[in-house]
Design a protein around this ligand. Structure first.
Ligand code: ATP
Length: 861
């Protein structure tokens, strides 16, 4: 075996991989892709359609039923057996369709969330889907990236990688291109980068050594092997419920058989009915329907620019009662324009409106103002086309005033730098004999001891400081984002930029709020959700913007958050609307304080350091455009357009999805309760009222089509007029139990009454009575479905799929009555008078359902 790549000089690794520093040709990459396959971690592999289908019959009860059916063939009742089998298979097909669609949606979800990588192909750096990487590819890594494959470093500047995902070590590791000794353990292989770890800072270039399952994480994934299925709390709750109900239903079903036997029903029929009752009434399909509904919702959300990365987030969204959002780019457009300059001691307006000669160039500026623009252009990592909006605004301003940016940068190359960070809030660059600094005014001011005036630098007296602070406040009150610029003569190196600066001046930029945001905030507030702005920007600017968006204006500064103990923060956190001048660590504390107050918090973030806040939030929301890969990977939801309004829509969707699941559970369980109650109570008198075939048929009609269609119920406007759901209460609350019990009881009483009325004292159930009760049941279910939807404010005719499903159920039911197959179902055609009677039952039950609904709703509030 050749020496492993971490021990070998990087050029030898390149040779071995038959690659070069400028990467592979796309031709070669394509060839290797065929040889090595996708750069993807296969988690136990998806389920095949066949295995999904077979899983539908993976239930003891189904086998008992089929065995009983087999028994009935032997007893000469072959028709029953065939019919039962057909219905069971049809039910299996419905289950299969649900499961298969859910599986598909989850898969496309994974594809959507796939990260990208920057790779050198044909000598050019391009962005590709990370799954397309092959061994030999040369990838470029930057702070905020997730390492896309295992690689040997060719080059590294300041590169640090957080490898906690792989090694458990949470302190970032410094990397370099120098080979390490033979036998170095994984955690110390500084010449390598590994798939799935996070670049926290610096830059690097690496040649890919392994991809996909061959990587170190691939290895771990293989060991864990099993499918890592994300289950949501709701699925767990319904699973539990299914089990509890299952036991109860089994007991009652088991009692039905002897009761029927005692009164002379034949043994086979009694057994079949008992088993069918269990099969029909045990809600084994609940979790699958939940998955399907969640998955459908996820698809709808991604069409609305909210990409869901973890399924439970959909549910959590519906319970969110506080949203903490960034300002820049999320509430505002993130398109900045420098509109005002201040240097000692004059303000000039430089936006387009002050374009005096109409040339498109802004007003003439003084030497000092020109220096301000020069610092803005040189102490700057962006270009006019690409980069940080704040920095681009400075470049545009310089450009508007006739500064030649490229020329300037070529003439005054950078010889040292202090990079910008949200914690530091400033950055500095050295250009041989001069240093430039730009950053948050109070920080720059703190590091300055002089100020540039008409007569050169002068001491920065307290008076002058106060004057500057007053200007900063003024800019802030006008909602301007303020940056300060300073310079320093002869800095030895970048470290000298931290003090002894000469303050040059201030720039003010406008960043208008996004159009839809004020409305979206109003909608979120109406929905009982508290919106808080958490921004790195200064107090005044933040407050001015908050005010213009209709947010409250109680402000707390990051510094104050830092000084408070947890308890004080907990006491105050709810009343604060704007957190200004915050760093990522403040976000985590704000989050914890809110959670300690029992809030469900959605929190946005974009930087590497936001990852802890995103992970710990109930719903972590990352920015798709501005965000780093690391932030995206830590999040539950990615906003493809960075827009606050998208969060609002996602919350609305989340609530609507929960509603749909709620409706489905209420519908299904109230029907099942009625089924069990009717069959059991009738059997007490020895009446066999809903025989096996009819029970299974009801199960097929009600669990099948309408259930599938319910998942597609549209969101109703009203979901955002309600307060958030209490997540601790789950889905089976008092309202749900009241509804299931109440509606189930109404149905039971009504149908037993119908039975007695149509029996007219007959000693055994007649085919006519059976037909009436059977048909009455199907129609009552359909009516009940619409009542339940109405209770959740769903407009009656808003779901065409459901209309089709209901129509199909009715047609199928009529077919069972009026075509020759009625022999096998034990039914006969009904005449007009019979329908009239069923109409009377419906007319009595409908208001009773509604009354129960209204009652339990009141009970719940
Ligand atoms: P938000 O948190 O809402 O996105 P923000 O962009 O102001 O707001 P940060 O990026 O953390 O938050 O920036 C904090 C402060 O640092 C800014 O208010 C500004 O004063 C200063 N700043 C921002 N970008 C730069 C930069 N590129 N160079 C120098 N200083 C900057």
């Amino acid at each position: 075996m050749p020496d492993p790549p971490h021990e070998v000089p990087s050029d030898r690794v390149l040779d071995r991989l038959e690659s070069r520093p400028d990467g592979l040709s796309s031709e070669e990459a394509r060839r290797r892709r065929e040889e090595y396959g996708e750069n993807d971690i296969v988690r136990g592999g998806g389920r095949s359609p066949l295995s999904i289908f077979l899983a539908q019959f993976d239930s003891v009860l189904i086998w008992v039923l089929l065995a009983a059916a087999g028994l009935s063939v032997w007893a000469g009742q072959a028709v029953d057996a065939i019919l039962i089998t057909v219905i069971v298979v049809a039910n299996g097909i419905f289950g299969f369709v649900q499961d298969y669609r859910a599986e598909r949606s989850l898969e496309s979800l994974r594809e959507l969330a796939a990260p990208t990588a920057t790779v050198r192909r044909d000598g050019e750096a391009i962005d590709v889907d990370a799954t397309a990487l092959v061994p030999g590819d040369v990838v470029v890594l930057r702070g905020g990236d997730v390492v896309p494959a295992d690689g040997r470093l060719l080059d590294a500047t300041d590169l640090e990688v957080d490898e906690a995902a792989l090694t458990g070590e949470s302190v970032p590791v410094s990397k370099s291109s120098t080979a390490v000794e033979a036998g170095t353990p994984l955690a110390d292989r500084t010449s390598m980068v590994y798939k799935g770890t996070n670049v926290t800072r610096g830059k690097g270039v690496a040649v890919v050594t392994d991809t996909g399952m061959e990587t170190e994480v691939g290895d771990i994934a293989r060991e864990l092997a099993a499918t890592e299925e994300t289950r949501t709390p709701l699925q767990d709750e319904l699973d539990d419920l299914g089990r509890t109900l299952g036991v109860g239903i089994l007991v009652l079903s088991a009692l039905v058989a002897p009761l029927l036997l005692l009164r002379g029903t034949d043994a086979i029929q009694a057994a079949l009915t008992a088993v069918s009752l269990a099969v029909a009434a045990i809600p084994e399909g609940l979790p699958a329907v939940v998955t399907l509904t969640l998955a459908l919702g996820v698809r709808a959300m991604s069409a609305e620019n909210a990409l869901v990365r973890r399924l439970p987030a959909v549910e959590a969204l519906g319970a969110v009662d506080v949203v903490c959002t960034d300002k820049t780019g999320t509430l505002t457009r993130g398109q900045m324009t420098v509109s005002r300059l201040w240097t000692n001691d004059s303000v000039v307006d430089v936006d387009a409106e002050h374009d005096e000669d109409g040339t498109g160039d802004a007003a003439q500026v003084s030497d000092r103002e020109e220096l301000l623009l020069r610092i803005g252009a040189l102490c700057n990592d962006s270009t006019l086309e690409d980069g940080d909006p704040t920095e681009q605004a400075l470049l545009e301003a310089a450009d508007r005033h006739g500064l030649d940016i490229d020329g300037l940068r070529a003439e005054t190359p950078r010889t040292g730098e202090v990079p910008f960070s949200s914690e530091r809030k400033w950055m500095g660059t050295v250009h041989d004999d001069v240093g430039y600094v730009k950053g948050a005014p109070e920080v720059v001011l703190e590091h300055s001891d002089r100020i540039l005036t008409d007569d050169g630098p002068k001491p920065l007296t307290d008076d002058r400081r106060d004057r500057i602070k007053a200007i900063v406040r003024e800019f802030g009150d006008d909602a301007l984002r303020v940056l300060a610029m300073a310079s320093r003569e002869d800095p030895g190196d970048a470290d000298d930029l931290a003090d002894g600066l000469t303050f040059v001046g201030l720039t003010g930029m406008i960043d208008p709020p996004r159009e839809e945001v004020a409305d979206a905030i109003a909608a979120t507030t109406r929905a009982g959700i508290d919106v808080k702005m958490v921004t790195g920007d200064n107090v005044r600017t933040a407050r001015a913007i908050a005010d213009s968006l209709g947010l409250g204006t109680a402000v707390l500064e990051g510094r104050e958050v830092g000084e408070m103990d947890d308890e004080t923060l907990r006491d105050r956190v709810e009343s604060i609307d704007v957190f200004a001048r915050t760093s990522p660590e403040h976000k985590v504390r704000i989050l914890r304080a809110l959670q300690a107050r029992d809030h469900d918090v959605a929190m946005t973030g974009d930087g590497v350091n936001d990852a802890p806040a995103l992970k710990n939030a109930d719903v972590g929301v990352a920015m798709g455009i501005r965000g780093t890969d690391v932030a995206r990977q830590a999040s539950d939801i990615v906003l493809l357009d960075d827009d606050y309004a998208t969060i609002e829509r996602a919350v609305e969707r989340g609530r609507a999805i929960f509603d749909n699941i709620w409706k489905f559970v209420a519908y299904l369980l109230s029907a099942n309760v009625a089924e069990v109650a009717i069959v059991f109570l009738a059997s007490l008198y020895g009446y066999l009222i809903l025989p096996a075939v009819q029970l299974l048929w009801i199960n097929l009609l009600t669990d099948g089509l309408p259930a599938l269609a319910l998942g597609a119920d549209p969101k109703s406007g009203e979901v955002m007029d309600r307060p958030p759901r209490d997540p601790d209460r789950g889905i089976i609350g008092r309202q749900m139990l009241g509804l299931i019990g109440g509606m189930g009881a109404v149905t039971t009483v009504a149908l037993l009454a119908l039975m007695w009325y149509t029996l007219e004292g007959a000693p055994a159930v007649t085919t006519y009575t059976m037909t009436m009760v059977f048909t009455g049941f199907v129609f009552l279910e359909l009516v009940g479905l619409y009542v339940i939807r109405w209770l959740r404010d769903t407009p009656t005719l808003s779901n065409p799929w459901l209309a089709v499903a209901v129509a199909a159920s009715i047609v199928l039911q009529l077919a069972v009555l009026y075509t020759p197959i009625n022999r096998y179902f034990g039914t006969i055609p009904l005449d007009l008078a019979d329908w009239g009677l069923i109409g009377v039952v419906l007319a009595i039950c409908l208001p009773a359902y509604v009354a129960i609904g209204v009652l339990v709703r009141r009970l719940d509030r």
